[in-house]
Design a protein around this ligand. Structure first.
Ligand SMILES: Nc1ncnc2c1ncn2[C@@H]1O[C@H](COP(=O)(O)OP(=O)(O)OP(=O)(O)O)[C@@H](O)[C@H]1O
Ligand SMILES: [Mg+2]
Length: 398
Protein backbone atom coordinates (compact mmCIF):
# COMPACT_ATOMS: atom_id res chain seq x y z
CA UNK A 1 0.00 0.00 0.00
CA UNK A 2 1.48 3.34 -0.96
CA UNK A 3 1.04 6.70 0.67
CA UNK A 4 0.91 10.38 -0.10
CA UNK A 5 2.05 13.10 2.29
CA UNK A 6 0.37 16.49 2.26
CA UNK A 7 1.70 19.48 4.18
CA UNK A 8 -1.17 21.93 4.44
CA UNK A 9 -3.44 23.60 6.95
CA UNK A 10 -6.44 23.34 4.63
CA UNK A 11 -8.94 20.59 5.36
CA UNK A 12 -10.62 21.21 2.03
CA UNK A 13 -7.39 20.65 0.10
CA UNK A 14 -6.71 17.51 2.16
CA UNK A 15 -10.14 16.18 1.24
CA UNK A 16 -9.52 16.70 -2.47
CA UNK A 17 -6.00 15.24 -2.39
CA UNK A 18 -7.32 12.25 -0.46
CA UNK A 19 -10.06 11.62 -3.02
CA UNK A 20 -7.66 12.23 -5.91
CA UNK A 21 -4.88 9.95 -4.72
CA UNK A 22 -6.80 6.88 -3.62
CA UNK A 23 -3.85 6.09 -1.35
CA UNK A 24 -3.39 6.52 2.36
CA UNK A 25 -2.92 10.20 2.99
CA UNK A 26 -0.84 11.61 5.81
CA UNK A 27 -1.47 15.25 6.60
CA UNK A 28 0.91 17.53 8.47
CA UNK A 29 0.58 21.19 9.26
CA UNK A 30 3.25 23.09 7.28
CA UNK A 31 5.16 23.91 10.47
CA UNK A 32 5.42 20.18 11.28
CA UNK A 33 7.47 19.41 8.18
CA UNK A 34 11.06 18.48 8.98
CA UNK A 35 13.83 19.94 6.82
CA UNK A 36 15.15 16.55 5.74
CA UNK A 37 13.34 14.13 3.40
CA UNK A 38 14.55 11.09 5.35
CA UNK A 39 12.96 12.48 8.51
CA UNK A 40 9.71 13.22 6.71
CA UNK A 41 9.56 9.68 5.31
CA UNK A 42 10.64 8.36 8.70
CA UNK A 43 7.43 9.68 10.23
CA UNK A 44 5.60 7.08 8.18
CA UNK A 45 7.98 4.20 8.78
CA UNK A 46 6.21 0.94 8.10
CA UNK A 47 3.27 2.53 6.28
CA UNK A 48 4.31 1.48 2.78
CA UNK A 49 6.28 3.45 0.22
CA UNK A 50 5.57 7.13 -0.22
CA UNK A 51 4.69 8.03 -3.81
CA UNK A 52 4.24 11.74 -3.57
CA UNK A 53 4.74 14.68 -1.25
CA UNK A 54 2.42 17.63 -1.77
CA UNK A 55 3.56 20.91 -0.20
CA UNK A 56 0.97 23.66 0.07
CA UNK A 57 2.70 27.04 -0.27
CA UNK A 58 -0.42 29.04 -1.05
CA UNK A 59 0.09 32.70 -0.23
CA UNK A 60 3.90 32.45 -0.09
CA UNK A 61 6.04 34.52 -2.45
CA UNK A 62 9.29 32.77 -1.68
CA UNK A 63 8.69 29.28 -0.23
CA UNK A 64 12.38 28.65 0.34
CA UNK A 65 11.95 25.88 2.90
CA UNK A 66 9.64 23.90 0.60
CA UNK A 67 11.90 24.38 -2.42
CA UNK A 68 14.90 23.30 -0.34
CA UNK A 69 13.03 20.18 0.74
CA UNK A 70 12.07 19.42 -2.89
CA UNK A 71 15.71 19.73 -3.89
CA UNK A 72 16.81 17.33 -1.19
CA UNK A 73 14.11 14.87 -2.24
CA UNK A 74 15.42 14.95 -5.79
CA UNK A 75 18.95 14.22 -4.58
CA UNK A 76 18.12 11.60 -2.00
CA UNK A 77 14.74 10.07 -2.97
CA UNK A 78 14.20 10.78 -6.67
CA UNK A 79 11.43 8.18 -6.77
CA UNK A 80 9.19 10.38 -4.62
CA UNK A 81 7.30 13.03 -6.62
CA UNK A 82 7.15 16.46 -4.99
CA UNK A 83 4.29 18.77 -6.00
CA UNK A 84 3.67 22.36 -4.92
CA UNK A 85 0.23 23.81 -4.38
CA UNK A 86 0.49 27.51 -5.16
CA UNK A 87 -1.67 30.42 -6.21
CA UNK A 88 1.30 31.93 -8.07
CA UNK A 89 2.54 29.22 -10.43
CA UNK A 90 3.90 31.72 -12.98
CA UNK A 91 6.18 33.44 -10.46
CA UNK A 92 7.43 30.24 -8.84
CA UNK A 93 7.62 28.02 -11.93
CA UNK A 94 11.29 28.36 -12.78
CA UNK A 95 12.59 28.10 -9.21
CA UNK A 96 10.35 25.10 -8.60
CA UNK A 97 11.53 23.37 -11.73
CA UNK A 98 15.15 23.91 -10.75
CA UNK A 99 14.43 22.44 -7.33
CA UNK A 100 13.06 19.29 -8.95
CA UNK A 101 9.38 19.94 -8.20
CA UNK A 102 7.37 17.71 -10.57
CA UNK A 103 4.33 19.90 -10.88
CA UNK A 104 2.72 23.07 -9.59
CA UNK A 105 -1.00 22.86 -8.97
CA UNK A 106 -3.42 25.58 -8.00
CA UNK A 107 -5.29 25.34 -4.71
CA UNK A 108 -8.61 25.51 -6.54
CA UNK A 109 -7.91 22.41 -8.68
CA UNK A 110 -10.77 19.92 -8.99
CA UNK A 111 -10.42 16.36 -7.71
CA UNK A 112 -10.10 15.07 -11.26
CA UNK A 113 -7.39 17.55 -12.19
CA UNK A 114 -5.59 16.77 -8.97
CA UNK A 115 -5.74 13.05 -9.76
CA UNK A 116 -4.10 13.64 -13.12
CA UNK A 117 -1.46 15.92 -11.70
CA UNK A 118 -0.55 13.33 -9.07
CA UNK A 119 -0.47 10.48 -11.56
CA UNK A 120 1.70 12.39 -14.01
CA UNK A 121 4.11 13.47 -11.29
CA UNK A 122 4.43 9.96 -9.85
CA UNK A 123 5.06 8.47 -13.30
CA UNK A 124 7.61 11.13 -14.18
CA UNK A 125 9.51 10.53 -10.93
CA UNK A 126 9.46 6.77 -11.43
CA UNK A 127 10.81 7.18 -14.96
CA UNK A 128 13.49 9.67 -13.96
CA UNK A 129 14.63 7.54 -11.06
CA UNK A 130 14.44 4.11 -12.69
CA UNK A 131 17.37 2.10 -11.50
CA UNK A 132 18.67 4.95 -9.38
CA UNK A 133 18.05 6.39 -5.96
CA UNK A 134 17.53 4.95 -2.52
CA UNK A 135 14.56 3.00 -1.38
CA UNK A 136 12.14 4.32 1.21
CA UNK A 137 13.55 1.85 3.71
CA UNK A 138 16.40 4.35 4.16
CA UNK A 139 13.98 6.61 6.01
CA UNK A 140 15.28 7.76 9.38
CA UNK A 141 13.62 9.14 12.48
CA UNK A 142 13.08 12.68 13.55
CA UNK A 143 15.57 13.89 16.16
CA UNK A 144 13.97 16.39 18.54
CA UNK A 145 16.41 18.14 20.88
CA UNK A 146 15.13 20.11 23.86
CA UNK A 147 17.66 22.77 24.89
CA UNK A 148 18.01 26.08 26.69
CA UNK A 149 20.80 28.46 27.65
CA UNK A 150 19.75 28.45 31.31
CA UNK A 151 19.01 25.73 33.83
CA UNK A 152 15.72 25.01 35.53
CA UNK A 153 13.50 26.35 32.75
CA UNK A 154 11.60 23.10 32.18
CA UNK A 155 13.63 21.17 29.58
CA UNK A 156 13.26 17.83 31.32
CA UNK A 157 9.61 18.45 32.06
CA UNK A 158 8.90 19.26 28.42
CA UNK A 159 11.15 16.51 26.99
CA UNK A 160 9.52 13.81 29.12
CA UNK A 161 6.01 15.02 28.29
CA UNK A 162 6.87 15.27 24.60
CA UNK A 163 8.33 11.76 24.58
CA UNK A 164 5.40 10.26 26.48
CA UNK A 165 2.95 12.13 24.22
CA UNK A 166 4.67 10.79 21.09
CA UNK A 167 4.86 7.30 22.62
CA UNK A 168 1.09 7.41 23.13
CA UNK A 169 0.84 7.52 19.34
CA UNK A 170 3.91 5.53 18.41
CA UNK A 171 4.71 3.31 21.42
CA UNK A 172 7.38 1.20 19.74
CA UNK A 173 8.72 4.11 17.75
CA UNK A 174 9.79 6.62 20.39
CA UNK A 175 12.99 6.83 22.41
CA UNK A 176 14.07 9.44 24.96
CA UNK A 177 17.77 9.95 25.74
CA UNK A 178 19.03 11.86 28.77
CA UNK A 179 21.94 13.90 27.43
CA UNK A 180 22.23 15.94 30.61
CA UNK A 181 25.12 13.59 31.18
CA UNK A 182 26.22 14.70 34.64
CA UNK A 183 23.02 15.71 36.37
CA UNK A 184 20.30 14.13 34.24
CA UNK A 185 17.03 13.34 35.99
CA UNK A 186 14.94 11.81 33.24
CA UNK A 187 14.75 8.48 35.10
CA UNK A 188 13.35 10.22 38.17
CA UNK A 189 10.91 12.27 36.09
CA UNK A 190 9.55 9.00 34.66
CA UNK A 191 9.81 7.04 37.93
CA UNK A 192 12.19 4.53 36.33
CA UNK A 193 14.88 2.48 37.95
CA UNK A 194 17.03 1.60 34.94
CA UNK A 195 19.22 -1.48 34.90
CA UNK A 196 21.50 0.08 32.29
CA UNK A 197 22.40 3.71 31.67
CA UNK A 198 24.56 5.73 29.30
CA UNK A 199 27.58 4.61 31.34
CA UNK A 200 26.95 0.96 30.43
CA UNK A 201 26.24 1.82 26.81
CA UNK A 202 29.64 3.39 26.19
CA UNK A 203 31.39 0.31 27.59
CA UNK A 204 31.23 -3.04 25.88
CA UNK A 205 29.87 -3.65 22.42
CA UNK A 206 26.49 -1.91 22.57
CA UNK A 207 27.51 0.75 20.09
CA UNK A 208 28.31 -1.68 17.30
CA UNK A 209 24.73 -2.00 16.13
CA UNK A 210 21.29 -0.75 17.02
CA UNK A 211 20.06 -4.14 18.23
CA UNK A 212 22.82 -4.24 20.83
CA UNK A 213 21.98 -0.71 21.91
CA UNK A 214 18.27 -1.51 22.10
CA UNK A 215 18.87 -4.24 24.64
CA UNK A 216 20.25 -1.62 27.05
CA UNK A 217 17.24 0.70 26.83
CA UNK A 218 14.68 0.80 29.62
CA UNK A 219 11.03 0.35 28.73
CA UNK A 220 8.64 2.83 30.32
CA UNK A 221 5.08 1.74 31.08
CA UNK A 222 3.81 3.76 28.08
CA UNK A 223 6.01 1.77 25.68
CA UNK A 224 8.52 4.61 25.44
CA UNK A 225 12.16 3.48 25.30
CA UNK A 226 14.54 5.39 27.55
CA UNK A 227 18.30 5.73 27.75
CA UNK A 228 18.95 7.26 31.16
CA UNK A 229 21.85 9.39 32.32
CA UNK A 230 24.83 7.96 34.18
CA UNK A 231 24.52 6.80 37.79
CA UNK A 232 27.40 8.89 39.14
CA UNK A 233 29.00 12.15 37.93
CA UNK A 234 32.37 10.35 37.78
CA UNK A 235 30.99 7.97 35.15
CA UNK A 236 29.96 11.00 33.09
CA UNK A 237 33.57 11.75 32.13
CA UNK A 238 33.65 8.55 30.12
CA UNK A 239 30.82 9.62 27.83
CA UNK A 240 32.30 11.58 24.93
CA UNK A 241 30.68 13.70 22.24
CA UNK A 242 31.65 10.94 19.80
CA UNK A 243 29.63 8.44 21.83
CA UNK A 244 26.64 10.76 21.76
CA UNK A 245 26.89 11.06 18.01
CA UNK A 246 27.10 7.28 17.53
CA UNK A 247 24.15 6.68 19.86
CA UNK A 248 21.91 9.11 17.98
CA UNK A 249 23.02 7.77 14.58
CA UNK A 250 21.97 4.28 15.63
CA UNK A 251 18.72 5.25 17.31
CA UNK A 252 17.43 7.34 14.41
CA UNK A 253 17.73 4.30 12.14
CA UNK A 254 15.37 2.39 14.41
CA UNK A 255 12.98 4.90 16.00
CA UNK A 256 10.54 7.29 14.39
CA UNK A 257 11.10 9.83 17.15
CA UNK A 258 14.35 10.35 19.03
CA UNK A 259 13.77 12.91 21.82
CA UNK A 260 16.87 14.34 23.51
CA UNK A 261 16.90 16.12 26.86
CA UNK A 262 20.05 18.21 27.35
CA UNK A 263 22.06 20.10 29.97
CA UNK A 264 21.82 23.92 29.96
CA UNK A 265 23.97 25.71 27.37
CA UNK A 266 25.82 24.46 24.33
CA UNK A 267 28.29 21.94 25.74
CA UNK A 268 30.08 19.32 23.65
CA UNK A 269 27.36 16.69 24.10
CA UNK A 270 24.61 19.08 23.05
CA UNK A 271 26.64 20.23 20.04
CA UNK A 272 27.09 16.58 19.02
CA UNK A 273 23.33 16.16 19.30
CA UNK A 274 22.71 19.26 17.18
CA UNK A 275 24.61 17.63 14.33
CA UNK A 276 21.73 15.15 14.04
CA UNK A 277 18.87 17.38 15.16
CA UNK A 278 15.94 17.90 12.84
CA UNK A 279 13.88 19.84 15.38
CA UNK A 280 15.31 22.07 18.05
CA UNK A 281 12.93 22.94 20.87
CA UNK A 282 14.38 26.02 22.59
CA UNK A 283 12.95 26.71 26.02
CA UNK A 284 12.99 29.94 28.01
CA UNK A 285 11.32 31.10 31.15
CA UNK A 286 9.28 34.30 30.94
CA UNK A 287 11.80 36.68 32.51
CA UNK A 288 14.36 39.15 31.20
CA UNK A 289 17.57 37.14 31.89
CA UNK A 290 15.98 34.02 30.40
CA UNK A 291 14.87 35.74 27.23
CA UNK A 292 18.20 37.53 26.79
CA UNK A 293 19.94 34.19 27.13
CA UNK A 294 17.62 32.73 24.53
CA UNK A 295 18.46 35.50 22.08
CA UNK A 296 22.19 34.98 22.62
CA UNK A 297 21.87 31.25 22.14
CA UNK A 298 19.92 31.74 18.92
CA UNK A 299 22.61 34.13 17.63
CA UNK A 300 25.31 31.65 18.52
CA UNK A 301 23.44 28.83 16.78
CA UNK A 302 23.17 31.01 13.67
CA UNK A 303 26.94 31.40 13.64
CA UNK A 304 27.67 27.70 13.99
CA UNK A 305 27.83 25.62 10.88
CA UNK A 306 25.07 23.17 11.83
CA UNK A 307 22.79 21.13 9.58
CA UNK A 308 19.37 22.76 9.08
CA UNK A 309 16.89 22.15 11.89
CA UNK A 310 13.45 23.57 12.45
CA UNK A 311 13.36 25.72 15.58
CA UNK A 312 10.40 25.67 17.93
CA UNK A 313 10.39 28.32 20.65
CA UNK A 314 8.70 27.52 23.95
CA UNK A 315 8.08 30.06 26.69
CA UNK A 316 7.59 28.22 29.96
CA UNK A 317 6.37 29.48 33.34
CA UNK A 318 4.18 31.97 31.50
CA UNK A 319 2.17 34.14 33.88
CA UNK A 320 0.92 37.67 33.68
CA UNK A 321 2.23 38.86 37.00
CA UNK A 322 5.89 39.02 35.92
CA UNK A 323 5.46 42.13 33.80
CA UNK A 324 6.90 40.54 30.65
CA UNK A 325 4.57 39.46 27.85
CA UNK A 326 4.99 36.94 25.04
CA UNK A 327 4.92 39.89 22.63
CA UNK A 328 7.97 41.32 24.47
CA UNK A 329 9.75 38.00 24.03
CA UNK A 330 8.92 37.97 20.32
CA UNK A 331 10.23 41.51 19.93
CA UNK A 332 13.47 40.56 21.72
CA UNK A 333 14.20 37.41 19.75
CA UNK A 334 12.83 38.72 16.45
CA UNK A 335 10.54 35.80 15.73
CA UNK A 336 7.31 34.13 16.76
CA UNK A 337 6.97 32.10 19.95
CA UNK A 338 5.52 28.72 19.02
CA UNK A 339 4.25 27.49 22.38
CA UNK A 340 3.43 29.09 25.71
CA UNK A 341 3.22 26.83 28.75
CA UNK A 342 1.68 28.39 31.86
CA UNK A 343 3.06 28.02 35.36
CA UNK A 344 1.15 25.05 36.72
CA UNK A 345 1.11 23.40 40.12
CA UNK A 346 -0.11 20.23 38.40
CA UNK A 347 3.15 20.06 36.50
CA UNK A 348 5.17 20.25 39.70
CA UNK A 349 3.07 17.55 41.34
CA UNK A 350 3.39 15.35 38.23
CA UNK A 351 7.19 15.75 38.21
CA UNK A 352 7.39 14.91 41.88
CA UNK A 353 5.33 11.75 41.38
CA UNK A 354 7.35 10.72 38.33
CA UNK A 355 4.25 10.69 36.11
CA UNK A 356 4.39 13.19 33.24
CA UNK A 357 1.03 14.85 32.70
CA UNK A 358 0.68 13.39 29.21
CA UNK A 359 0.73 9.87 30.63
CA UNK A 360 -2.88 10.46 31.51
CA UNK A 361 -3.85 13.86 30.12
CA UNK A 362 -6.96 15.62 31.32
CA UNK A 363 -9.09 18.27 29.70
CA UNK A 364 -7.32 21.04 31.57
CA UNK A 365 -5.29 23.84 30.04
CA UNK A 366 -1.85 22.40 30.82
CA UNK A 367 -2.71 19.04 29.20
CA UNK A 368 -4.01 20.80 26.11
CA UNK A 369 -0.96 23.03 25.84
CA UNK A 370 1.40 20.08 26.12
CA UNK A 371 -0.66 18.08 23.62
CA UNK A 372 -0.49 20.95 21.15
CA UNK A 373 3.29 20.72 21.33
CA UNK A 374 3.20 16.95 20.65
CA UNK A 375 0.81 17.52 17.74
CA UNK A 376 3.43 19.58 15.96
CA UNK A 377 5.52 16.44 15.48
CA UNK A 378 2.92 13.80 14.63
CA UNK A 379 1.08 13.61 11.31
CA UNK A 380 -2.58 12.66 11.17
CA UNK A 381 -3.40 9.58 9.12
CA UNK A 382 -6.44 9.73 6.85
CA UNK A 383 -7.30 6.16 5.92
CA UNK A 384 -8.39 4.93 2.51
CA UNK A 385 -11.61 3.64 3.93
CA UNK A 386 -12.90 6.87 5.36
CA UNK A 387 -12.31 10.51 5.84
CA UNK A 388 -12.65 12.04 9.23
CA UNK A 389 -10.76 14.85 10.79
CA UNK A 390 -9.41 14.90 14.32
CA UNK A 391 -10.30 17.81 16.56
CA UNK A 392 -6.85 19.20 15.92
CA UNK A 393 -7.64 20.17 12.34
CA UNK A 394 -11.13 21.49 12.85
CA UNK A 395 -11.58 25.10 11.91
CA UNK A 396 -8.15 25.42 10.33
CA UNK A 397 -9.42 25.65 6.79
CA UNK A 398 -8.01 28.51 4.77
N1 LIG B 1 5.21 25.23 33.65
C1 LIG B 1 5.65 24.91 34.85
N2 LIG B 1 4.94 25.24 35.95
C2 LIG B 1 5.38 24.92 37.18
N3 LIG B 1 6.51 24.25 37.41
C3 LIG B 1 7.24 23.87 36.37
C4 LIG B 1 6.87 24.17 35.03
N4 LIG B 1 7.80 23.67 34.21
C5 LIG B 1 8.74 23.08 34.98
N5 LIG B 1 8.40 23.19 36.29
C6 LIG B 1 9.16 22.72 37.45
O1 LIG B 1 10.39 23.42 37.48
C7 LIG B 1 11.44 22.59 37.93
C8 LIG B 1 12.54 22.58 36.89
O2 LIG B 1 12.06 21.94 35.72
P1 LIG B 1 12.97 20.99 34.86
O3 LIG B 1 13.75 20.06 35.71
O4 LIG B 1 12.11 20.40 33.80
O5 LIG B 1 13.95 22.07 34.23
P2 LIG B 1 15.29 21.83 33.41
O6 LIG B 1 15.39 22.92 32.41
O7 LIG B 1 15.35 20.44 32.91
O8 LIG B 1 16.37 22.01 34.53
P3 LIG B 1 17.93 21.63 34.43
O9 LIG B 1 18.55 22.66 33.53
O10 LIG B 1 18.42 21.74 35.83
O11 LIG B 1 18.02 20.27 33.88
C9 LIG B 1 10.81 21.23 38.20
O12 LIG B 1 10.53 21.13 39.55
C10 LIG B 1 9.52 21.25 37.40
O13 LIG B 1 8.50 20.47 37.99
MG1 LIG C 1 16.80 18.94 33.13
Amino acid sequence: MSSVILASGSTDLARRVRLASGDDLFVLAPEQVPTGPAQLLGLLNGSGPVQAVVLDVTGQDAPDASLGLAERFQEQFPRVAVLLVTDRPAELGLAALRAGVRDLVEPTLSIDEMRWALRRAVEASAAAASGAGQSESAAVGRVITVASPKGGVGKTTLATNLAVGLANQSPQGTVLVDLDIQFGDVAAALDLDPTYTLGDVVHGSALQDVMGLKTLLTKHRTGLHVLSGVKSPAEADEVTAGHVSTIISLLKMEFRYVVLDTAPGLGAHTLAALDHTTDLVLVSSLDVPGVRGLRKEMELLDELDLPPATRHIVVNFAERSGGLSVADVEATIGRRVDFTIPRSSKLVAATNRGHPILESPGRDRISRDLEAMVARFSPIKVRRSGFSWGARHRGRDQ
